[in-house]
Design a protein around this ligand. Structure first.
Ligand SMILES: [Zn+2]
Ligand SMILES: [Zn+2]
Length: 123
């Protein structure tokens, strides 16, 4: 599924209650749709503060954070993720329970990347 709303103006951005940086929408943590790559905060779809018609600087920041997050996110498997066409997943396991060595490496690299993204601890 591809989203095609590139030209749509940004109406709102959700920012972290703890550090004020933009949140990302993700499913890497089961039950937590929003994640803050800047401080590691996460929660359901109601966390954070919604900024309506954000300034350009905030939009740019959100884009940067999202792009970097997506780079690390690629190799990550969420606790509740299943891989299409995977035999063991079809049997009911989560893919995280039986990663191949390469997938495990990519997963761990992704986790380390997310750790490095946390720049504003305690702010
Ligand atoms: Zn935060
Ligand atoms: Zn699997």
């Amino acid at each position: 599924m591809k989203r095609s709303k590139k030209s749509k103006p940004v109406e709102s951005i959700r920012v972290c209650e703890d550090c004020g940086n933009p949140l990302v929408w993700t499913f890497i943590h089961a039950g937590c749709e929003y994640y803050c790559p800047s401080c590691g905060a996460m929660g359901d779809m109601f966390i954070g503060n919604k900024i309506h018609y954000p300034r350009k600087a905030l939009i740019e920041k959100a884009k940067r954070i999202k792009a970097r997050f997506n780079r690390y996110r690629k190799g990550l498997w969420s606790g509740g993720g299943r891989k299409r066409g995977c035999e063991l997943c079809d049997k009911g396991e989560y893919h995280l329970q039986h990663l191949t060595p390469e997938e495990k490496k990519a997963h761990e690299a992704g986790l380390r990347g997310l750790e490095r993204m946390k720049t504003c601890k305690g702010r």
